[in-house]
Design a protein around this ligand. Structure first.
Ligand code: GRF
Length: 211
């Protein structure tokens, strides 16, 4: 099977991108693109000898103009899959329509709980006992696309947003490479807004060891 071509979009640290890059997946990372020129994720990409591109969104008049250029840049690399890895900008509906079905995102909550920002603060404020993270296909409905895999993270009484974020991030680094692997192996099928995994649907929910 030929490796699939992946384009990664990020805005910052890039630890999810790093987890994917280091996971020995059947993929070729064709390009890493950041809307923030100083994103640490770009430095990591360069250090790995990958094509790293900065496209500064502040230089464009509006979202539509920037997203049109971004889409063109992505297409130049002929991706089978576009991976959002901490890409901190809302994408326009035109952009999403163009890549729908080959656009994945990771979100730091158990969707559909806590779409949007500050998910760890909100989880703590609600007093919920189980939090986590979700990999999903991106649709025009923000943070509500078909769910590929979720990992659960129990809250602790002394958690702060930072301690919780750190434990959720460990799980993100587990489930995002797994989701990309399934996509690359052609194991994901979207049916009526749900993702069916061709072999083992039980592995779409990840629990802490011992739970
Ligand atoms: C992660 O928490 C991810 O879930 C969210 O943004 C953060 C990105 O972290 N979408 P990193 O840049 O991958 O380290």
């Amino acid at each position: 099977m030929r490796p699939i071509r992946v384009v990664v979009l990020l805005s910052g640290r890039g630890s999810n991108f790093q987890a994917i890059a280091e996971a020995r997946l059947p993929i070729e990372i064709a390009a890493v693109i950041s809307n923030r020129p100083n994103a640490a994720g770009l430095d990591y990409a360069r250090a790995r000898g990958l094509t790293a591109i900065a496209l500064d969104h502040t230089a464009y008049p509006d979202r539509a103009a920037f997203d049109a250029l971004l889409a063109e840049e992505i297409e130049r690399h002929r991706p089978d899959l576009v991976v959002l890895a901490g890409y901190m900008r809302i994408l326009s509906p035109t952009f999403i329509a163009r890549f729908e079905g080959r656009l994945l995102n990771i979100h730091p909550s158990l969707l559909p709980m806590f779409p949007g920002l500050k998910t760890h603060e909100r989880a703590l404020a609600e007093g919920i006992k189980i939090h986590g993270c979700t990999v999903h296909f991106v649709t025009a409905d923000l943070d509500h696309g078909p769910i590929v895999i979720q990992a659960a993270v129990p809250l602790r009484a002394d958690d702060t947003p930072d301690t919780l974020a750190a434990r959720v991030l460990q799980q993100e680094h587990r489930i995002y490479p797994q989701a990309v692997r399934w996509f690359a192996e052609g194991k994901l099928e979207i049916n009526h807004g749900r993702v069916n995994l061709k072999d083992d649907p039980a592995s779409q929910s990840v629990f802490p060891t011992g739970a």
